[in-house]
Design a protein around this ligand. Structure first.
Ligand code: HEC
Ligand code: HEC
Length: 318
């Protein structure tokens, strides 16, 4: 979903009026601060209209389309209802929302997650496997080539191998109180449920996702970056509620991130046969609730990975 797209806003208004909810003025105020506000970012990627009318331009456009509607344009590799732009806002352009231009100029890079040097395409594979709960496209697949071409084009004019303001999410200091389920639930009910639903499953209009799923089968899996409470708190503080960046206190952001990640979601595709073994190897951190007992249930205790999560991904870096 593109933040600037009138179709998106009309879908949101349609949904809101269909649900007979009065949107707060702030939520629809387009001049409200966005995620970029607190990042110090000065770089502006080129305008969409500047995509050249050449074969290369067509591939750039394909990359943009994959960002905006991933289940449609990269169907084979997607196992949930999300699109890249749900987490990389404005089709990967928004500073403070892990923009693609800032990422592109910083690969290849070492990643502790897989203890390897990752090329940009290998980094993209990771988002398919975990965030999209799908399978990683093979290196050189037209889907990865299009996303790489789009990112390259967005980064026009940026120096390579240099940290750039706006990359990732703005830092969010730890708060004095440790994140808490009950406080997070209260924030969720007051500030999130309207759009994402009381059950976290999101909402669709005529088969098109308007508000993406935060947990459950339609969301990211246990191996995803968003499953880490610090990433989620930072993303939420800078980007949510949608259209109301930086309106939550840091404590509210940590609490609601904890609450969101204290719910069940698709199995970690790196599953080692038991929750204990998988937690020990991949989730041995207070920032992951995988394998922890919440409300009497062990999170992640749902057996082997299902559906489109392919088992034959051992050759893939992530
Ligand atoms: C559920 C949310 C989510 C979805 C959906 C998602 N990502 Fe990500 N992505 C993340 C998070 C979280 C990070 C880590 C950000 C950080 O470490 O600052 C990330 C990181 C990245 C990075 C590296 C950023 C950097 O600065 O190094 C790229 C590139 C990327 N994603 C591309 C994609 C693409 C392409 C898709 C769709 C195929 C996608 N992502 C889908 C959440 C998501
Ligand atoms: C006004 C509606 C609205 C509200 C309220 C809202 N969101 Fe969102 N949220 C969205 C939309 C729309 C997107 C996708 C953005 C896009 O595609 O451009 C999104 C995306 C997300 C994502 C990344 C995608 C995913 O499904 O994982 C997370 C996480 C998230 N929201 C969490 C929250 C939390 C937590 C709150 C409450 C503090 C909240 N949102 C409040 C509309 C909303």
């Amino acid at each position: 979903m593109n933040i600037a797209s009138p179709a998106t806003w009309s879908a949101i208004f349609g949904l809101i009026s269909a649900l007979s909810i009065a949107p707060t003025q702030a939520a629809v105020e387009t001049s409200a601060p966005n995620a970029a506000a607190n990042t110090g970012a000065t770089f502006e990627p080129p305008k969409e209209d500047d995509i050249p009318n050449t074969p290369f331009g067509n591939t750039i456009r394909m990359g943009r389309d994959i960002m905006l509607d991933t289940p449609k344009h990269a169907a084979r590799f997607v196992g949930n209802n999300l699109s890249c732009t749900n987490c990389h806002l404005d089709a990967g352009r928004m500073a403070g929302s892990a923009p693609l231009w800032a990422a592109y100029v910083n690969y290849p890079a070492y990643r502790a997650k897989n203890d390897k040097i990752n090329t940009y395409q290998q980094r993209l594979q990771g988002c398919f496997r975990f965030s999209m709960n799908g399978s990683a496209p093979p290196l050189g697949d037209p889907v990865l080539v299009a996303l790489e071409a789009y990112s390259f084009w967005l980064a026009t004019g940026l120096p390579v191998n240099k940290e750039v303001a706006g990359r990732g999410y703005p830092k969010l200091d730890k708060t004095t109180q440790t994140p808490d389920y009950a406080r997070g639930q209260a924030v969720y009910t007051a500030r999130c449920a309207l759009c994402h639903g009381a059950n976290g499953a999101g909402q669709s209009v005529s088969g098109r996702v308007v508000f993406p799923a935060l947990w459950g089968d339609g969301s990211y899996n246990w191996g995803a970056g968003m499953g880490s409470i610090d990433n989620a708190a930072q993303f939420i503080h800078a980007n949510m509620p949608y259209g109301m960046s930086y309106s939550l206190t840091p404590q509210d952001a940590w609490d609601v991130a904890y609450f969101m990640n204290a719910h069940e979601r698709p199995q970690d595709p790196r599953w080692l046969g038991s929750v204990e073994a998988t937690r020990t190897k991949f989730h041995d951190s207070t920032l992951s609730l995988y394998g922890q007992t919440i409300n009497g249930k062990i999170l992640g205790n749902t057996g082997a990975p299902k559906q489109t999560q392919t088992k034959d991904q051992a050759h893939i870096a992530p």
